[in-house]
Structure formats: structure tokens, C-alpha cells
Design a protein around this ligand. Structure first.
Ligand SMILES: [Zn+2]
Length: 279
């Protein structure tokens, strides 16, 4: 599931392709992708608009238009595709066996941006303003932003009794961290994922803050080399498993102390951690 580094890499790759471009026409071959918004309404609102800014907030991709904004959330397996023009889109998209799955296509004044999620969890929506998008308006501080300081992080932690793992997954506090990078950050910071957020000592808070920032930066670097390839519908991020120290390493030796990495369920999801060196 794409988290902050993956989405940031997608946004950086997308920006030079679409920023400043005009949306000429919106095609919605699979209306589930705009649910609960009406696909005809989405098309009407986006058509004729110019893409002013390409941005990211938490795990959302944002296209700020000259009026309103368009959001894309990749959920589990969503991805972006790029077609040279409308002709190529019609030839390649949704043509059965060899076709490329496309849920929504934005035909621009140059090129076509496709949004696709074969499992149909991903969503593309259009809004009048940020305040109208419920998912965006509740987001906390973005983990890659300057506002995410050790000081503010300490204040948020001290106000919560939740286990650290659950705290890190809560997008309304720190936005952008999911299951993978919460496990990795806690491993890096040598902290037990079951610890209550408000029990951290100041030096532990600083260690966790530093770990989050460095884990995300390393993952982003990995996600950008090689950069996402929107021309290849099968493309996905490569090499991330090389930088992982805990996530999905159950039974394998901890790189720090040699103890086998364990897996436990927390909030219905798997947490991977080292019982010996995460306290
Ligand atoms: Zn260990």
C-alpha cells in the first residue's frame, strides 16, 4: 500500500507532466472510482479547468485547479498512467486481454493522465475547496513538512494514551505514515510499538521523531530511483525490501541484535518488531 514516500515520488513525477495543463475532457469508464460522487458531475466540474499546482497532503495526490481541486487516493493498489494522446488511450485502455485497465482518464491539452485501480479501492474526486473534502480537512501535520518538528510531535504524543503503533497510523495527528513506515520508524527508534504514546521520555520522543524523518527520507530516495514509470501499467516501486528492517521480516534476524523479528496484531493489522531491542 502506497504511503507518504511512494505518493511523494508519484507527485514529483507527475508535476512536470501536468502542471499548467488544461483538462479538456474527463472519461470515466469505471464509475466506481469516483464513488460516491457522480461521474458526470466530476467530469463537468473538471472539464475546461487548468491544473495550477500538483501537490500532496498525507497520502492524497492533489491537483489544484483554477477553480476547485481534484484529489486522487491510491489506497491499496492504485496507480497513474500516461498516454501520449486520446488516440493512444482509446487503442490501449480497457481492451480486454491485452488492454490497460483505466478507471478515469483526464484528457489534457497535451497527453492523457489515467487513474487505475484494478481492485477498485482507489478514488478520484473533485471538490470546490479543501474544506469540502472530508479526508483532507482532518489530516494532521504532514510527516515530510517543516511543521513536523520534534517539539510539536512531543505535544501530540503527551496528549495520547494510545499505543505508539496506533498513534502513528492516525492520519489526523501525523499524516502520511502507514503500516510499513510505522513499523520501520519504531524499529529504528528502538521503541516497543505497544508503549503508550504519553509514556515517552523527551529523549525517546526526539529519537522517534528523528527515526520517522530519516526512514521516510530513505524510502523516498528509494522510490525515486528508479522514478515511477506511468507509461508501464505493471510498474511498481522496486528495491524497498532492501531498506526494510522490520516490516514483513517475521522470523528473520534483527539486523541490530540477532533476535528473530516478531509479528503481532495491533488494531487489526500486523506489527513487526524486535522484542529484545525495542523497549
Ligand atoms: Zn533487535
Amino acid at each position: 500500500m502506497p504511503e507518504l514516500p511512494e505518493v511523494e515520488a508519484v507527485v514529483r513525477t507527475l508535476r512536470p507532466l501536468v502542471q499548467g495543463r488544461k483538462i479538456r475532457c474527463v472519461h470515466v469508464p469505471h464509475p466506481i472510482a469516483t464513488k460516491p460522487q457522480d461521474p458526470a458531475q466530476v467530469a463537468r466540474q473538471a472539464q475546461g479547468r487548468r491544473i495550477r499546482i500538483v501537490d500532496r497532503q498525507g497520502k492524497y495526490v492533489l491537483l489544484v485547479l483554477d477553480r476547485g481541486l481534484l484529489t486522487m487516493h491510491l489506497r491499496l493498489d492504485g496507480r497513474l498512467l500516461w498516454f501520449a494522446n486520446g488516440k493512444e488511450l482509446r487503442e490501449r485502455a480497457n481492451q480486454g486481454g491485452n488492454g490497460v485497465h483505466v478507471d478515469v482518464a483526464l484528457e489534457l491539452d497535451q497527453g492523457v493522465l489515467g487513474f487505475a485501480d484494478r481492485r477498485h479501492f482507489g478514488r478520484l474526486h473533485v471538490w470546490e475547496s479543501v474544506d469540502d473534502c472530508p479526508g483532507l480537512s482532518v489530516l494532521g501535520i504532514d510527516a515530510l513538512s517543516r511543521e513536523f518538528t520534534s517539539h510539536r510531535f512531543a505535544a501530540m504524543l503527551s496528549a495520547s494514551k494510545r499505543p505508539l503503533k496506533d498513534f502513528l497510523l492516525d492520519q489526523s495527528r501525523v499524516a502520511g505514515i502507514g503500516n510499513i513506515y510505522s513499523c520501520e520508524s519504531l524499529w529504528q527508534a528502538r521503541l516497543d510499538p505497544r508503549r503508550r504514546a504519553n509514556t515517552l521520555k523527551p529523549r525517546e520522543v526526539r529519537r522517534l521523531h528523528k527515526a520517522i524523518v530519516s526512514v521516510l527520507a530513505r524510502a523516498l530516495e528509494c522510490c525515486l530511483h528508479p522514478a515511477p514509470n506511468f507509461r508501464d501499467p505493471e510498474w511498481w516501486f522496486q528495491g524497498l525490501e532492501r531498506i526494510l528492517r522490520a516490516y514483513r521480516r517475521e522470523g528473520r534476524s534483527c539486523r541490530r541484535c540477532g533476535e528473530p523479528i516478531r509479528r503481532i496484531a495491533q488494531g487489526g493489522r500486523s506489527t513487526y518488531w524486535c522484542r529484545r531491542c525495542q523497549q
